[in-house]
Each structure stands twice: as structure tokens, then as C-alpha cells.
Design a protein. Structure first.
Length: 563
């Protein structure tokens, strides 16, 4: 049984599993990941996936993938397919254990009939608004429905006619008969079935009544022989209902255990809110790189290894908290630093002419693909008389502690030569358009034989060989750590950042990137990590910035270690 170095379980869920195996409550471990196909998976689901599949693997067990597809109004095949893709991309597999709650519609119907026969469920004619009114409040008990004491035979007849499609949507429900005075509102005669004349993505028009999630979930777990039903914390108050259904039906009972859901600063992880972002045109779709969806993170350049590492580092807790977005970014940097090839790209180009460099001459310099991976080898970068550097790498009037290029100042060009600025060229309107420089041929490779030093090394690309590119710089989608906190009482959309995306055209990258494949990730030296976007075409590459090089979380960890 997996334990940490101190011989203690890593968290309370693993402790519970170990205890269940020790006492014989269960002789095996069988979990499930149960997404509802009503949206795309996000980073919060990644945490649940890692817990469900990870714990099963640690204990030599298995994990099912089961779609809880009980609401045809909100579910789509597109969501099913995206979820399958995302889980596989994250590195997990359900083998032959792909299930749907809709697989069990007939069994669930029979379960409802059994509860009606026991006098534990009834058909109710109250409207949805009336049911809410009768339910009561946290401080006041509810009132019994006037239809609560219908005869069993009448309930069975009405339920059969509901299934046959005799009644319109919303006209009747099937409710469990529990306790309208219970302090747990979920036990105040919850709805088990509602009428929905809507076509289902798998069963078509075979059904016009659909089970509620709370009724379908536990029974589906039971049918599949799940041992540990691991849920996020909001389902803790639903656990008594989960157990009540299984006990009243006298069927196999899994154990439900709840853990804190993931919350990340400057991020929303509600599918309802994410859907509003998509439908409102605030982002470009579910896979917009600003979205916390797995498809969005993948398009931005996040790796499955970085996400799994993040989920492992945040651990499993019983209490909700907010995780700093900087930690997620740190996990990505840590992973990409080891694997991403280094290249040079100029995002805001400034033309440089090296006046004493021979016209027509082209040299090639060997430079490391990744200094963190010696086995990666080197790449060749062409050098010529006309180059591009970053506009920010030159100041005509340099401020204190600015060590980059300025009139009369010498700097190093990465892997190439020392160059000195001799003139700044401006157009008729005073705009800087070009630098005139000289180079020292003796500094080939980037070092001076006389031992003189320079304080800055600049990246560059050869103008004659550079590949055109568009670069999209992504930042936080929201301006506040908690997007739901607003100053004027409005909703989270008021905190959308107007600067979450900056698109740069006219960028140039080194020629080794010509033909770079979609999804490939590189470190642009001194700029950050960038991923090739699907919008790329033969005429122009498009790069998404995955994350900048500045690492706030690394500074936090360093400060903690030195205390």
C-alpha cells in the first residue's frame, strides 16, 4: 500500500482506502471519473482525474470513465468527444470501461418503480416553483406536497404514463418520500425524475423522462461495483441522500468521500461561467488559450506532465482554498525548461545594419538547443550584415542600470560577435527606424580574446533568413484575484481584463522554425515559452506565449527556504 517516507498515508482519501482494505470493507479499489457532457473539461477536472485514476493505479485497482448524461437539454456529442480527448492527453486510460448513465436508464426506471412500490416515492403535480416554495428554508421546515400520499397503484400508473409521454414538460415529477422537516434540505422529498421531451445524444427519443443526477449517480456507482466514489466537497451534503437511495433499494453500497475542489486565483472554474465567456464572445471558444479548459491550456502550450505535477503539488484537502496561479505557471516553466528547444525570435523588431560586416557574407554559428539537456545538441543560426533586435534592447538615453545597446556602447550578440552602436537613424517624423553598428571580428563566438567584458547579451535574427510570425501574448483573463468580487455589485464579467491578449504582427523568428509543427513548444530566448498555434499557415507562423520567463513562485519558494 502506498505511503510516504514517514509511513503515513499521503492524504485523508488514501488513509480511508488503506483502512477500508485493512478492515475488509472492500477487498479491491475501483473508482470512477463521472463527467457531465455539458461543457469542456477544465483544470479543476484535471485534479479530479488525477485523484480518481491515480488512486486506483496506486492500489492496483481500476477506474471507470462514466458520462453522467441525464440532461439532454445541455449535453452534446462535441462535449463527449472533447472529454475523451482531454483525458487521454492528460495521460490516463479507462481501457474497456467506458460507460454512460444512459446505459442504465431502464435499470434506473426499475429502481424508481421499486421505491414507489415500497411507498418511498410518489408522483407529484407541483410545479418547479411550487416545489421550491414547499421545500422551506434553512431555518424553516418544508411542507408536504398535497400529492405525497397518493396510493401506490395510482403512482405506478402515473409514472408509467409519464414514461409513455402523456404529459407535458414540467407537469409532473417523481419525488422520494423522505422527510420534509429534515435539517438537510436535500432530504426534503427530492425530485428523482422529471419530464423532458428532448432528444438524447445516445438514446434519441426513446425516453421523455430523465433521472436527476442525485438519483442516477449513486445507483450507477452501485451497478458498476465502484468501491470509492470520490467527489468534490459540494457533494458532502448530498451524501446522506446518496446513501438513502442505496439503502432503501437494498443494493450494493459504495463509499462516497469528498475532497476540496480546485480554485485558482484570477480564474473561474464554473462551467456555467465558462459557457457565458464562450457564448458572449469574450473569448474565442472553449480552446481559447486564456481559458482554464484543458483544450485551452493545451493550445497555450501546457504539457500534461506540468498539469499532473501541479495536481500532485497542491495535494488533496478537506477545506476549500485558493491556489496561486503562479504555482501552475511555475510547474509549466519547470517542465518546459527541461524539454523546450531554445530559439531566437524578435517580437518588436528594430533593424540593425553592421556597417563593417562584408556585404553578401553569411556565417553560421552553432548554438545549444537546450543548455539543460546536453544530449539535445546544437543548431546552426545564420548571421549576416542586416539583423533584427528587440526595440527594447536600445535606448538613446539609457536610464541607470540599463546595460543593453546605446550610442557608443558595446554588447554581445548571442553566439555571434560584440557589436557597438555608432548611429541611430530616424525618419522625417523622428521615429527610430534603424541602428548603425560595427562589429569586432575577433569576438567570433561571443567572447573577446583580450578579456574585455560586456554587461548584456542580446538575441537577434538575420533579416535575410528570418521567418515571419504572428505572436499572441496572453495574460490573466481577470483583473482581480477573485473574479466574483466586484465593486458595483455586478457579476464576474465586470472583472474581465482588457489586456488579456496582445497580438503582435511583423515578428521574426530564426529559420530553424520554418515548418514548425502545430503544438511544438520553444523557449524564445529572453522572451518566454511559445507554442505553435493551429492558426499557423505556410506563409506565417502563429505562436502563443505559454508563459513568460519571470517566475514569481520560484521566488516565493526560495524565500521560504531561506527563512
Amino acid at each position: 500500500m502506498p505511503e510516504n517516507e514517514s509511513s503515513q498515508p499521503a492524504d485523508f482519501i488514501r488513509a480511508a482506502v488503506i483502512e477500508d482494505l485493512r478492515t475488509g470493507r472492500f477487498s479491491r479499489v475501483h473508482t470512477r471519473f463521472p463527467p457531465e457532457p455539458n461543457g469542456y473539461l477544465h483544470i479543476g477536472h484535471a485534479k479530479a482525474i488525477c485523484i480518481d485514476f491515480g488512486i486506483a493505479a496506486e492500489f492496483g485497482g481500476i477506474c471507470n470513465l462514466r458520462f453522467d448524461d441525464t440532461n439532454p437539454v445541455k449535453e452534446e456529442v462535441e462535449y463527449v468527444e472533447s472529454i475523451l480527448q482531454d483525458i487521454r492527453w492528460l495521460g490516463f486510460d479507462w481501457d474497456d470501461r467506458l460507460f454512460y448513465a444512459s446505459d442504465y436508464f431502464e435499470r434506473l426506471y426499475e429502481f424508481a418503480v421499486a421505491l414507489i412500490r415500497k411507498g418511498k416515492a410518489y408522483v407529484c403535480d407541483l410545479s418547479a416553483d411550487e416545489i421550491r416554495e414547499y421545500r422551506g428554508t434553512l431555518t424553516q421546515p418544508g411542507r408536504e406536497s398535497p400529492f405525497r400520499n397518493r396510493a401506490v397503484e395510482e403512482n405506478l400508473d402515473l409514472f408509467a404514463r409519464m414514461r409513455a409521454g402523456e404529459f407535458p414538460d414540467g407537469s409532473r415529477t417523481v419525488r422520494a418520500k423522505i422527510d420534509m422537516a429534515s435539517p438537510n434540505i436535500n432530504l426534503r422529498d427530492p425530485v428523482m425524475y422529471r419530464i423532458l421531451h428532448a432528444s438524447h445524444h445516445r438514446t434519441g427519443d426513446a425516453w421523455c423522462i430523465y433521472p436527476m443526477y442525485d438519483f442516477a449517480h449513486g445507483q450507477s456507482d452501485s451497478i458498476e461495483g465502484i468501491t470509492h466514489s470520490l467527489c468534490s466537497l459540494e457533494y458532502e451534503i448530498h451524501r446522506p441522500l446518496y446513501d438513502w437511495f442505496l439503502d432503501e433499494l437494498e443494493i450494493y453500497r459504495p463509499r462516497q468521500i469528498e475532497f476540496a475542489r480546485l480554485n485558482i486565483s484570477y480564474t473561474v472554474l464554473s462551467k456555467r461561467k465558462l459557457l457565458r465567456l464562450v457564448q458572449g464572445g469574450h473569448v474565442r471558444g472553449w480552446d481559447d488559450p486564456r481559458m482554464p479548459t484543458l483544450s485551452g491550456l493545451r493550445r497555450r502550450g501546457y504539457t500534461p506532465e506540468a498539469i499532473r505535477n501541479f495536481c500532485e503539488r497542491i495535494g488533496v484537502a478537506k477545506k476549500d482554498s485558493i491556489v496561486d496561479l503562479a504555482l501552475l505557471e511555475h510547474c509549466l516553466r519547470e517542465d518546459l525548461n527541461r524539454r523546450a528547444p531554445r530559439v531566437m525570435g524578435v517580437l518588436r523588431p528594430l533593424r540593425v545594419v553592421i556597417e563593417n560586416y562584408p556585404e553578401g557574407l553569411v556565417e553560421e554559428f552553432d548554438t545549444l538547443k537546450n543548455p539543460e539537456d546536453p544530449a539535445a545538441g546544437t543548431r546552426k543560426v545564420p548571421f549576416s550584415r542586416v539583423l533584427y533586435i528587440e526595440q527594447d534592447d536600445f535606448r538613446e538615453m539609457p536610464p541607470p542600470k540599463y546595460y543593453r545597446l546605446a550610442p557608443g556602447r558595446e554588447v554581445r550578440l548571442r553566439s555571434a560577435y560584440f557589436v557597438k552602436c555608432v548611429k541611430a537613424v530616424r525618419d522625417d517624423r523622428g521615429n527610430l527606424v534603424e541602428l548603425r553598428c560595427t562589429y569586432d571580428p575577433a569576438t567570433r563566438g561571443g567572447d573577446a580574446p583580450d578579456g574585455r567584458k560586456v554587461k548584456a547579451t542580446l538575441h537577434w535574427v538575420s533579416a535575410a533568413h528570418a521567418v515571419p510570425a504572428e505572436v499572441r501574448l496572453y495574460d490573466r483573463l481577470f483583473t482581480k484575484e477573485n473574479p466574483d468580487e466586484t465593486d458595483d455589485g455586478s457579476d464576474f464579467l465586470a472583472n474581465l481584463s482588457p489586456h488579456s491578449l496582445e497580438t503582435l504582427s511583423g515578428c521574426w523568428v530564426e529559420p530553424s522554425l520554418a515548418g514548425a509543427k502545430v503544438g511544438a513548444i520553444y523557449q524564445f530566448e529572453r522572451q518566454g515559452y511559445f507554442c505553435v498555434d493551429p492558426d499557423s499557415a505556410a506563409a506565417k507562423l502563429v505562436f502563443n506565449r505559454s508563459v513568460a520567463l519571470k517566475d514569481e513562485w520560484a521566488k516565493i519558494e526560495k524565500a521560504q527556504r531561506t527563512r
